[in-house]
Ligand binder design. Structure first.
Ligand SMILES: [Zn+2]
Length: 214
């Protein structure tokens, strides 16, 4: 895939980033993200992904919730199936991001089922803080599952919007092959990020036991 002139103009700010470049932008345009979401965080992630050139397709059958309207969908879309609203709104935001194919990567608000290709990006929380948990192709599926199992649905409002922006960034980094294959971050407030410790599955825990604490 070679970038067209209009694409070079559209994505010039990203292409100038050392971690992205022309090749990276081509990779972002080539890989679809499935988005399973009905709220502020998932719709924001979808908007940032689509704006950055990643093709976005909706998945799941639930209707959009009252916090979904924002960058991507309007108040008129509340109650409409999320898949339908996304498939209508994404091409308007960026024609390059109109869902092509159904493969590649999943961004989902918790609780959600997880399957298919990496990257996987979970948007959740603990009732106070927002949380993003992510897994690249080399990350353990079971550790990811063990970690997201202890989280609840993501917050709405400003913290949810900030979480969605962070989730899109994490997805793009994984797609570009950057960053650890498995990890998580708490978002305590918009812009305030803390490390989220990934839980180990039984197999990984047996393979690398925690060092004894003094
Ligand atoms: Zn594991």
């Amino acid at each position: 895939m070679v970038l067209r002139e209009d694409q070079i103009l559209r994505y010039s700010r990203q292409i100038l980033l050392r971690d992205v470049g022309g090749r990276g932008q081509e990779a972002l345009l080539a890989g679809t993200a499935r988005v399973d979401a009905t709220g502020a965080s998932g719709m924001t992630a979808a908007a940032y992904l689509a704006g950055g050139g990643t093709p976005v397709v909706g998945t799941g059958s639930l209707p959009l919730g009252p916090w979904a309207p924002g960058f991507l969908v309007s108040a008129d879309d509340v109650g409409r199936p999320a898949v339908e609203a996304l498939d209508a709104a994404v091409p308007q935001l960026n024609p390059d991001a109109a869902g092509a194919g159904r493969g590649g990567g999943l961004v989902a608000e918790l609780p959600s089922g997880w399957s298919g290709e990496a990257p996987w990006v979970a948007l959740g929380g603990d009732g106070m803080r927002a949380a993003v948990v992510f897994r690249g192709a080399d990350g353990c599926v079971w550790c990811f599952g063990e970690t997201v199992r202890h989280l609840v649905q993501p917050p709405d409002g400003a913290l949810g919007v900030a979480l969605g922006a962070l989730g899109a960034l994490v997805f793009q980094r994984l797609r570009l092959g950057l960053g650890p294959a498995l990890g998580g971050r708490w978002l305590v407030a918009p812009g305030v990020v803390e490390e989220l410790e990934v839980r180990k599955c039984a197999r990984c825990a047996a393979a690398s036991p925690e060092p004894a604490r003094p």
